[in-house]
Design a protein around this ligand. Structure first.
Ligand code: ZN
Length: 198
C-alpha cells in the first residue's frame, strides 16, 4: 500500500501541476503550458479559465498526449491544471480532470475541493465525473461535448450505458466473494474513534 501511494503521488507531480506560487520543474513537456505564477495570482473570468483549459488541450496534442485539458479554480483564480497523459505515462486514469484534481488537492492540502470549480475542455467521462463528485467540486464547466469526443474516437458512452444496466447484464463480469472476511475492515472502521471521515 505504501508503494502504491508513493507511485500515485509521483505520477501526480509529473502529469499535473498545482502548488500555488510555484511551478513544477519536471522535464515532462506536458507541464510547459501549466499555469504561470502570474496567471495563478490573477482573477480570471469564466471565459479566460476555459480558454486556459482549451489551450492546455491543444498543447497536449503537440506534447504526445490526448486532446484534453482541465483547470481547477477558486474565486476565479487557478489552483491547478491537468492534461491527459494516458499514453504518455501508460496510466489509464491520467485523464485531464483526474490529473487536475490530484494537483489541486495536493496544492491545497485537502481531499475536499468544495468551493472550487473545474473547467474542462471536454465533457467529463464517467470516471472523471465520479472523481469530481468525490472531490466535491462545486461546478463543472465543459467545452467539447462527449458526442464531439465520440466523433474523434473517444467513446465513453458505452460506460454510461453499462452503469445504467443491472450488474448481471453488464459486459464486465463481476462476482461477489469472501464478503464475510472483507466485512471485518468495515467493522474496524465503524468502531474507530479517531478516523477522518470523507
Ligand atoms: Zn475522464
Amino acid at each position: 500500500m505504501t508503494t502504491k501511494t508513493f507511485i500515485i503521488a509521483c505520477t501526480c507531480a509529473v502529469i499535473a501541476t498545482g502548488c500555488i506560487g510555484k511551478r513544477s520543474n519536471s522535464a515532462d513537456s506536458s507541464t510547459q503550458n501549466a499555469a504561470t505564477t502570474t496567471e495563478m495570482q490573477k482573477e480570471m473570468t469564466n471565459e479566460e479559465l476555459m480558454a486556459k483549459a482549451i489551450s492546455l488541450s491543444e498543447d497536449n496534442v503537440s506534447n504526445g498526449g490526448g486532446p484534453f485539458g482541465a483547470v481547477i479554480a477558486r474565486d476565479g483564480k487557478i489552483i491547478a491544471t491537468g492534461v491527459n497523459r494516458v499514453t504518455a505515462q501508460n496510466d489509464p486514469t491520467a485523464h485531464a480532470e483526474v490529473s487536475a484534481i490530484r494537483a489541486a488537492a495536493n496544492a491545497l492540502g485537502t481531499f475536499d475541493l468544495s468551493g472550487c470549480e473545474i473547467y474542462t475542455s471536454c465533457e467529463p467521462c464517467p470516471m472523471c465525473l465520479g472523481a469530481i463528485y468525490w472531490a466535491r467540486l462545486d461546478k463543472v464547466y465543459f467545452a467539447n461535448t462527449k458526442d464531439d469526443a465520440k466523433a474523434i474516437g473517444f467513446d465513453d458512452s458505452f460506460i454510461y450505458d453499462e452503469l445504467a444496466l443491472p450488474r448481471s447484464e453488464r459486459s464486465l463480469h463481476s462476482e461477489e466473494m469472501m464478503r464475510d472476511e472483507a466485512l471485518n475492515a468495515f467493522r474496524m472502521w465503524k468502531q474507530k474513534s479517531d478516523k477522518t471521515e470523507y
